[in-house]
Design a protein. Structure first.
Lengths: 414, 292
């Protein structure tokens, strides 16, 4: 029951990773093999179809798919990158892209390659004015609701015009302490939760130049208090409940009226026929200041040390092309394609839900997911301190100001 | 006197083990020591910063919190050692029926993967649907969110820690018990000593070498606890402040926040702590351990 001298494990990992590194030598007949690393097994089927289509168009290139589970993905990638053996093309997220760009691990793309892709997503992959990733999917937060609970309480379903006040009013009517039923779930979650409300209230997470924290802005605090208020008013269960059971699962128990989740939960929820009938989805309600939806897209990055940079870049470009994006949509998996106009196949996979309406209403108000060079470091501070506000131990305003102070210190060092 | 040939054979035979030790233990220890005085780039590259990492850690609230949590955990798990002695003594009762079944049951947690142990207990500890709170509810106790509440999390983890080490320790104690010569007991019964008196006057004193060994090993393991915390407490959990251990902090700094120099410094401090505490134990053992 212990971890044996942790660095021994690290070293072993490094040795392993070095041993696994691809050594793609160009063969005599001009054929090349490039490696493509992803982390989501749910996307395997879609990725394989896209690879097949790419290979058909480029018979001299073979793409080798490597799936590493999320838990090990970044550690493995970082170790491989340090040893100069990163895969040719790999999944990147906007939290990590600046670190990899600055470290010289990934090669920049020509900005024109991202033409036609939503700016809020593309912008997440710019560093020092250069583009380091081509987005291939998009995650849109959305409001899931339980129709059965709404019907029983005689409340109208959420619509695109909803505001925070509508959410609170509905939550009040849906809450029933006798049945241990709550109007809404309020997990401490940035992407689908408080980042959206902070901005909707007129605040911000990061200043536009990314050098200052926005947590101490009064409107940002208001955005955080939206959530803690729901818990204090007992319209949402206490903070501890979310650590014991994933809110994504809690919502399925039929005891919670609303849940700020994501459209990408669709494939998970659709798999259960009973849930399929019982719930539906709506765009995020608008805040006191504006409408805002945090858009987080995944992108493909190309290794700066790739032996086949042209083929690798061509493949990354292909994955974001209209043809590949339609293949992704038609596979009806968890991921929603990012190129506008390619989503119909995906909407059709979940015909009874208002996914198209949610998509159409959300995209114009997309805001990039806030990230800097070492996002993980200040997010850690954010999560630790916010936990004290969520559990009601300290007032939100006080915690928010402390986050801002610590974040500014971290940002100043970047 | 050994001949040169014999020396050569000796070295050859220990070579696999010695090489493994050097490559996987000694070299990483040296590396860690070096790293603890540096600040690392994310993709390799180190700059010498002297003792800055240590200076940062000594005043760090999180480090102190982690130290406190780790020591509390160690004390709680050590408090479980007497349980192992009792279990071993019961397993040693002559003519006990189903002995091998009991032995297997108690040893099972030791051979179970920590991941399975952690996840199963996490379900049991679930504040709303967990078996433990369900049972507590039957006797009118409103159970807490065991792994969600910073005031309870470390106790929940310690319960699992004790549960999973009882079997291993009991086997060690069992070996110790069976090493005690029977004539002592025969002589004691002739002199009129009852079972309980025999246990306290013969068994416990003669078991002290085993007890010493078990305490030292248990403490070293407890100070390095990571897997249970990692599996039962999420990085975003509000309970983390009350359950973050030193190795967990090491993991956070080194693998989540990419501050590998700082993480190495944590590992070095932990090594120092274990060395000191173990040295103290070896000092103290002269006062209470009886070798026959």
């Amino acid at each position: 029951m212990r971890i044996r001298l942790p660095l021994a494990g690290l070293l072993a990992l490094a040795v392993l990773a070095a041993g696994c590194g691809s050594s793609a030598e160009p063969a005599a007949d001009g054929k090349v093999t490039i490696s493509y690393a992803i982390w989501d097994k749910n996307d395997q089927a879609g990725a394989e179809k896209i690879i097949a289509a790419f290979q058909q168009a480029n018979p001299k290139v073979t793409v080798k798919l490597e799936i590493t589970p999320w838990e090990q993905y970044w550690t493995k990638l970082q170790t491989a990158a340090s040893g100069g053996t990163a895969p040719d093309v790999f999944w990147m997220n906007s939290l990590n892209v600046r670190m990899y760009a600055k470290g010289g691990v990934i090669a920049p793309f020509d900005d024109a390659k991202a033409a036609g892709l939503p700016e809020a997503v593309v912008d997440g992959y710019r560093h020092d004015g250069k583009l380091y990733g081509l987005p291939h999917n998009v995650s849109i937060p959305a409001l899931w609701y339980d129709k059965k609970i709404f019907d029983a309480a005689g409340v109208d379903y959420p619509t695109a015009g909803w505001t925070w006040d509508d959410v609170k009013a509905a939550a009040k009517k849906l809450t029933d302490p006798a049945k241990k039923q709550f109007g809404i779930l309020a997990p401490m979650w940035d992407q689908g939760g408080f980042y959206n409300t902070m901005i909707q209230a007129g605040g911000h997470v990061l200043s536009p130049d990314g050098k200052k924290s926005g947590f101490d802005h009064p409107a940002s605090i208001q955005g955080l208090e939206f959530w803690t208020g729901l818990i204090q008013d007992k319209l949402a269960p206490v903070a501890e409940i979310y650590t014991d059971t994933d809110p994504l699962q809690l919502f399925q128990s039929g005891k919670y009226g609303m849940y700020y989740g994501g459209v990408w939960f669709a494939s998970t929820y659709w798999a259960n026929p009973e849930i399929r009938e019982r719930i539906d989805v709506a765009p995020l309600p608008k805040g006191p200041a504006r409408e805002a939806v945090i858009l987080l897209g995944l992108a493909n990055a190309v290794s700066a040390k790739s032996e086949h940079p042209a083929e690798s870049a061509a493949f990354a470009e292909f994955v974001s092309s209209e043809q590949a994006q339609k293949i992704l949509s038609d596979s009806g998996g968890g991921a929603l394609s990012v190129r506008p106009g390619t989503q119909d196949g995906w909407f059709k996979a979940f015909p009874s839900w208002k996914l198209k309406e949610t998509y159409d209403a959300s995209m114009p108000h997309g805001v990039p997911y806030p990230a800097t060079l070492n996002t993980a470091q200040w997010q850690d501070v954010q999560n630790k301190l916010l936990a004290e506000a969520w559990s009601g131990k300290r007032p939100v305003a006080e915690v928010a100001r402390e986050i801002a102070a610590q974040m500014n210190e971290i940002l100043a060092k970047e | 006197m050994l001949s040169k040939r014999e020396w050569a054979w000796g070295y050859l035979l220990i070579a696999p083990m010695a090489l493994g030790l050097a490559v996987f233990y000694l070299w990483p220890i040296a590396q860690t020591l070096y790293l603890s005085f540096t600040e690392s780039g994310v993709f390799g590259g180190y700059t010498w910063v002297g003792t800055a990492n240590f200076a940062e850690l000594l005043g760090d609230e999180e480090m102190l919190g982690a130290l406190g949590n780790t020591l509390l955990y160690a004390v709680l798990v050590l408090a479980g050692v007497p349980l192992s002695i009792v279990v071993a003594a019961l397993l040693n009762v002559p003519g006990l029926r189903g002995l091998s079944v009991y032995r297997t049951l108690y040893f099972l947690p030791v051979v179970t993967m920590p991941a399975a142990v952690g996840l199963t207990w996490r379900y049991l500890f679930n504040g709303d649907f967990g078996a433990i709170n369900h049972l507590l509810g039957k006797v009118g106790i409103d159970g807490p969110y065991w792994v969600g509440d910073p005031d309870f999390a470390i106790y929940a983890i310690a319960i699992v820690g004790v549960w999973s080490t009882i079997g291993y320790n009991a086997v060690l104690f069992l070996a110790g018990l069976q090493g005690i010569p029977r004539p002592y007991y025969e002589a004691a019964s002739i002199d009129g000593a009852g079972r309980l008196r025999q246990f306290f006057r013969i068994t416990l004193p003669l078991l002290t070498p085993t007890t010493f060994f078990v305490i030292v090993i248990t403490m070293i393991n407890a100070l390095q606890v990571f897997d249970l915390v990692f599996l039962m407490i999420d990085l975003k959990s509000p309970a983390l402040s009350g359950s973050r251990t030193i190795v967990y902090l090491f993991f956070e700094k080194g693998f989540v926040q990419n501050q590998r120099g700082l993480a190495a410094a944590i590992a070095v401090l932990l090594l120092g702590l274990i060395l000191v505490l173990t040295a103290i134990q070896f000092r103290l053992q002269k006062k209470w351990v009886h070798y026959e």
